[in-house]
Each structure stands twice: as structure tokens, then as C-alpha cells.
Design a protein around this ligand. Structure first.
Ligand code: DGJ
Length: 687
């Protein structure tokens, strides 16, 4: 079946994914109208559907457009807002044709009078129900002909429409530093509900995705429409529930409210992708659909096993020395760690958070011979070597800032707000990104670095660019600059792996995942708190991308005491790391840790590459013949998911046999150790 088809008489396009259909139509006024997003339809059935007509009266419902604009009797949330040089606002579309190429559809539009062109892009894949949408804006004029720039007041990537009766409940995550990705489900008000980040990163307080359902979906059942934005800077997603019966709409894209810039004659602007997925299998199937999509179409190296990492941050902070790190490396290697990452504190005069960012040479007092001896030591233990960097930042107390005070975001007559004693380098400037690439390239080449943790510890403020004629572009171009440096680094050093981080999970999104291997999702390493953070992260992002360390007890952030085994089990739900101060671990603790690292390596293929099922106080992974369950809480019978009832499973540890039918209906009997909080890992293999 073709993935994209077209019915000429009705001007209807049909996108077909394995389990859903999406239809749009070029309306009588040439504007692209939404027709259907949901259960599979044939082209003839889609062509026969009526067009939602919300633009004929002052009192009509809103919504129903593929890309809502300003102009005519439209009163919903515009996805595209433009102003021409003569003061005219809005768009009147003329349809210019389309192109279909495999799973891709481009619908070409232009304004009936002004030199504004717009191509709506759609892409579907044979292995996914996720539909990728974005658009390209084009200024069709030329400076020679005297055409003026066009003011862009808002340019979303796509507008999605959900049937009115289903747009009742919203799922999203909220959070804060050390408490990211807390799942919330709220009834959608009859209003415009805005989810946004004005911080220049996707944010701790919100994450750029949304799920919509009729209020009746659960983990295993129900129709869910979901959308996720592949963007790591400021963003805005606006949902609108309409009382007059119009579709529930969700429009989203890069940038927050109030930012404006000008599209120059001849210039094109590409938005990031705002992808959407319809699922009939509840929130669990929705998440698994996103996980599969991220693996197949987003991650650079989805099939590569994520190593067991040691990271020095919680153990040594800024107190980084050759001796201290070497001692940690020896202990980490003994536990089975595969990659040793020196976090902050190795460079410049970085002995606290007050100085040194921007001066990316090894601290000469701590590392008089450079990092070579430490890298050699780490490799001698059989581990790979990684380093923390924060390329977008500088401390005012740094040689870089003294030399280039104009490289930071700033505005005339305004304070340069310092957060964590640091300022943001303007990555929209090509001299700044060239500088960043040059030192990163040299660093990676000099020490043959295997892994960089790319951090970003503050939001953008006073985001100005004095002297630039269109400075608000930097909100987009800073993020593009970050992407460009990372992409170039990866191209130049194909063996390099990168972990995304922004003061914990402040920049966890599909844009970052397209160029990183894993994400540090929170600075909170308390296993109890982590369960909720990991639960929220798993709604869209797969386990193999989720860096999860076990650290010390009591936890340095929360002071909570938890058993080593429990800390390990919770961290085993993702890409395992160790971040504790190993110099203080006792011999029995080290011995237990060695066993648990080895257990993780044994279950790792299932956790990292399996399908994930969120169960009550447990998470289950399945790939091929193998099932792994990580459970915490009480002794109980835990009903498993995703098995076929005729299968029989054998417990790898006890040899006990379980019929899948009973595992599904009556549950797996869990006997948890008496310690509090308590946890277990069960491994089952299909007979
Ligand atoms: C914030 C990160 O989230 C931490 O893991 C650590 O890398 C610190 N920054 C270092 O300053």
C-alpha cells in the first residue's frame, strides 16, 4: 500500500502508516484543511469525508486547518503570523501543487499577493505510526526588485487536529531542577493552553511533547494522539479546546511568544520537526511507538550498546586531581565500568563554579602534563575515557571573557545577569561556533576522547546581539549553532559519543537525541525520586538514552538512605552509570556492586533494546525470548504485559516455569527482600 496517495477531484491527500491514517485536503479557498487523523482509511473513504469548515462566520468554531494563519474569519490560534512591509498581516493561500516521493509529501502554497511561499512537509515511515511534519517558508522576492523583508511574528512547524470528542484530557510533564519530567494529566479547559519554554533550552519545567485523549485511555487501552517537537531551544505548543465543536488543535514550534524576525528576499526558513502519532493501545503503546521511532529515525547509533559509565561529579565535584581520579578509575574498572568520565573541574582555573568556563586547557596545577597521564591510566584499566564540557558558557572570571566580552549574549544599558556565575556565549555567531569547534576538535584529537558530556547550566537572559540588524533570530540560531558544532564534531570524530545535559535534564528532547547517544535526565540521583523522573522520561524517550547513575547513601541531594541493591536496580532501568565516591565504599559494598554491574551487563540487551512496559511499581522489558522485570515495593503477584498467552517462560534464577497466560492474568509472584525500600530483578526466558 502506498504511503502517500492523492485524490485529484477532491484534492485530498492520504498518509498511511502501519496502524493509522492521516488525511488533508486543499480547500475551496486553496487553504490546507484537516480531514482525518486516526483509524486506517482507504483513499476513497478519506476523499468522501466532509471538510471541517470553520471560517465562514464570526461565530463559527475554530480549527480544522493544517496550518492556521491570520486572515479572513479565522479566530483560532495562528500557527503562522506574518506582517508585510506595507502593514498588511496574514495570508491568503494559493495552492501551487504538490510532490509525492515515497513516504514524503510536500504541499506547495504561496500568498495570493505577497512574495511569501510555504511548503508543508509530511513524512511517514513503513515501520512507524509517527508522522513527521515541518515547513519551509520562502521569501519569493528579490532585493534587486526592491522587495522588502517579511516580518515573521510566529512560525510553528505544524498544526495538529484531534477529533473534538477526543480532545478532553492532556498528558504532559512538569518539573524543576532535580525534579524533572513529572507526569501530569489534566482536563483540557475550553481555552488556549500554552506549554512553553522561554529559557533558550527545552527546559526542566516542561518538555516539548503532549498527549491528548478522551479521558478514558490508560496504560493498555484507549486512543491517544501525541505530538513531540524536535527542538532544544525555546518553544511553544498551544492546545485549544473549542466549545463550538471544532476540532481540538495543537500547534507548536520553535521560539516563545513575542519573538519576531524578518525573512529577507530570497531567504528560506526551515522549521524543526513537530511529529505526531495516533495509537489505539493506550499510553503504553504510545510510548513504545515513540521509542521505536526514536531508535529507527532519530538516534545516530541506535543499535550500539550503551556502556556502563563512571562519572566523577558526585564523588569529587570541582576537586579534581590526577591522583584522585586515578584512584577512582582503578576502583571503577574493578567493578566492571567500561567508560570513565571526568566531570567538571579539570580545566582552566575551575576550582569552583566561579571561574574558568571558556578556558578549555587542562588546569596546569592539577594536570601539569596535561590529561594524557590520566587518559592513559583509564585506558590501562581497559576503560574508555570521557570528559565534561560546557561549550556555550563562560565565567566573567575567565581569560576568554576578558578577551571577548562581546561574545556573550547582552544588551546595551542592561545588566548581564549571571546565573551560576556564568554568561551565555552567542552560538548564533559563526566566530563563536568556529572557536568552539576548534578547541573541541583539538581536545578530542589530543586525548583521543571517546565521550563528551555536553552540559548547559543556565537559561538565556538579555538575549541581545548589539549591532546585528535582526537580533531575535539568535533564539533560533543559537540552537542551530549548538547543533552545527555537535554535528561537525561527530562527523570529524566518528568514534566520539556524546551525552546531552543541561543542569540535569534541562535539554532532553528529540532535537538533542538526533545528535547525542544518551541524556543525563536529572541531577537528582535519589532512587526513590528517580522512579518518578524516569517514568516521565519514558513517556517519549527510550531506556537506552536514559543515563542513570547509582550514587552514595545517604543521597547527597536528599539525604535519604537506601540500600545499594535498590539504587542499582532503579538505575538498571536505563543506561547504567556509577557516580558514587568509590573511595568510601566498603569491601562488601564493592563486592555487591561488582555482582550488580555484571547482572546489568547480562540484562542490558533486553533493557536497552527491548520493548518497555510500565507496570505498577515495576518496569518490564522484552526482546525476542527474553523478559526482564525490575520491580520495587511490596511482595505481590505482578501482572506482566505484552506476552502471548500460549508461551511458557522459565525463571533464569529459580528454574520455575510460568505460563504466559497466568503471568498476564494472575501475575508473577514477587518475593522482595525484607530491606526497605526493596526491589528485585527477575529474568525470564521463553521455553
Ligand atoms: C550539571 C550536571 O547536571 C551535573 O551532572 C554536573 O555535570 C555539573 N553540571 C557540573 O558542573
Amino acid at each position: 500500500m502506498s504511503q502517500v496517495s492523492f485524490d485529484d477531484p477532491s484534492r485530498t491527500f492520504l498518509l498511511t502508516t502501519p496502524a493509522s491514517s492521516y488525511a488533508l485536503r486543499v480547500g475551496a479557498d486553496d487553504s490546507p484543511r484537516h480531514v482525518h487523523w486516526g483509524a486506517p482509511l482507504a483513499l476513497g473513504q478519506a476523499a468522501a469525508l466532509p471538510t471541517h469548515d470553520g471560517v465562514t462566520s464570526s461565530f463559527a468554531s475554530t480549527g480544522g486547518e493544517e496550518l492556521a494563519v491570520e486572515g479572513g474569519a479565522r479566530f483560532g490560534v495562528p500557527s503562522l503570523l506574518v506582517r508585510y512591509a506595507d502593514g498588511t498581516r496574514g495570508v491568503e493561500w494559493a495552492y501551487e501543487g504538490h510532490a509525492i516521493n515515497g513516504g514524503r509529501l510536500d504541499v506547495k502554497l504561496r500568498d495570493r499577493h505577497y512574495p511569501l511561499g510555504c511548503t508543508l512537509h509530511y513524512a511517514v515511515h513503513e515501520d512507524s505510526d509517527v508522522i513527521e511534519r515541518s515547513l519551509t517558508l520562502r521569501h519569493l522576492g528579490t532585493t534587486e526588485e526592491g522587495d522588502a523583508p517579511i516580518g515573521i511574528l510566529r512560525c510553528d512547524a505544524a498544526g495538529w487536529s484531534v477529533p473534538a470528542a477526543s480532545g478532553i484530557r492532556l498528558s504532559h510533564t512538569v518539573g524543576e531542577w532535580s525534579g524533572e519530567t513529572q507526569l501530569r494529566r489534566i482536563e483540557a479547559p475550553y481555552a488556549e493552553t500554552v506549554f512553553t519554554s522561554r529559557r533558550g533550552v527545552s527546559g526542566h519545567h516542561a518538555n516539548p511533547w503532549l498527549m491528548v485523549d478522551a479521558g478514558d485511555a490508560d496504560e493498555d487501552h484507549g486512543e491517544v494522539w501525541s505530538m513531540a517537537l524536535a527542538w532544544s531551544g525555546s518553544w511553544r505548543i498551544t492546545a485549544q479546546r473549542d466549545h463550538a465543536g471544532g476540532p481540538f488543535t495543537v500547534t507548536g514550534g520553535a521560539g516563545h511568544d513575542g519573538l519576531t524576525w524578518r525573512l529577507q528576499p530570497g531567504e528560506s526558513h526551515e522549521t524543526p520537526v513537530f511529529a505526531g502519532q495516533f495509537s489505539r493501545g493506550g499510553f503504553g503503546a504510545t510510548s513504545r511507538g515513540w521509542h521505536r521511532y526514536v531508535a529507527a529515525h532519530v538516534l545516530p547509533l541506535p543499535d550500539e550498546v550503551r556502556p556502563v559509565i563512571y562519572n566523577s561529579w558526585e564523588a569529587t565535584g570541582w576537586d579534581v586531581t590526577l591522583e584522585g581520579q586515578s584512584a577512582l578509575a582503578a576502583r571503577a574498572a574493578d567493578l566492571g565500568v567500561e567508560l570513565f568520565v571526568v566531570d567538571d573541574g579539570w580545566f582552566g582555573r575551575r576550582v569552583s563554579d566561579r571561574a574558568g568556563l571558556g578556558d578549555w586547557q587542562p588546569n596546569p596545577e592539577r594536570f601539569p602534563c596535561g590529561l594524557g597521564p590520566l587518559a592513559d591510566e583509564v585506558r590501562r584499566h581497559g576503560m574508555r575515557f570521557g570528559l565534561w564540557v560546557e561549550p556555550e558558557m563562560t565565567n566573567p572570571d575567565s581569560d576568554l571573557y576578558r578577551e571577548h566580552p562581546d561574545w556573550v549574549l547582552h544588551m546595551p544599558h542592561r545588566r548581564r545577569t549571571e546565573l551560576r556565575h556564568q554568561l551565555v556565549l552567542n552560538f548564533a555567531r559563526t566566530d563563536v561556533t568556529e572557536w568552539a569547534f576548534t578547541w573541541l576538535d583539538r581536545l578530542v584529537a589530543t586525548y583521543d576522547i571517546d565521550y563528551l558530556k555536553w552540559d548547559m547550566n543556565r537559561a538565556l537572559t538579555e538575549a541581545g546581539w548589539p549591532g546585528h540588524p535582526d537580533a531575535e533570530r539568535l533564539w533560533t540560531d543559537h540552537t542551530r549553532g549548538v547543533y552545527a558544532v555537535i554535528d561537525r564534531l561527530r562527523r570529524t570524530h566518528p568514534g566520539l559519543r556524546i551525552e546531552g545535559c543541561a543542569g540535569g535534564g534541562g535539554r532532553a528532547d528529540l532535537g538533542m537525541l538526533a545528535r547525542t547517544d544518551q541524556i543525563w535526565i536529572s541531577d537528582n540521583t535519589d532512587a526513590n525520586d528517580r522512579i518518578a523522573i524516569q517514568y516521565g522520561y519514558s513517556q517519549i524517550y527510550p531506556a537506552r538514552t536514559m543515563s542513570a547513575w547509582i550514587t552514595d547513601s545517604p543521597n547527597p541531594h536528599t539525604r535519604r538512605r537506601t540500600p545499594l541493591r535498590y539504587r542499582f536496580h532503579v538505575a538498571m532501568a536505563g543506561a547504567l552509570g556509577i557516580g558514587g565516591d568509590l573511595s568510601r565504599w566498603t569491601e562488601p559494598e564493592l563486592a555487591q556492586a561488582r555482582e550488580l554491574v555484571s547482572l546489568y551487563k547480562e540484562i542490558r540487551p533486553v533493557v536497552q533494546f527491548g520493548e518497555q512496559f510500565r507496570l505498577k511499581d515495576a518496569v518490564q522489558y522484552r526482546t525476542g525470548d527474553r523478559v526482564v522485570v525490575i520491580a520495587w515495593g511490596q511482595d505481590r503477584a505482578l501482572c506482566l504485559a505484552g506476552l502471548s498467552p500460549t508461551e511458557v517462560y522459565v525463571d533464569d534464577d529459580t528454574g520455575a516455569e510460568h505460563h504466559a497466560a497466568t503471568l498476564l492474568a494472575h501475575g508473577l509472584p514477587l518475593r522482595l527482600p525484607a530491606q526497605e525500600p526493596t526491589s528485585t530483578v527477575v529474568r525470564l526466558t521463553r521455553r
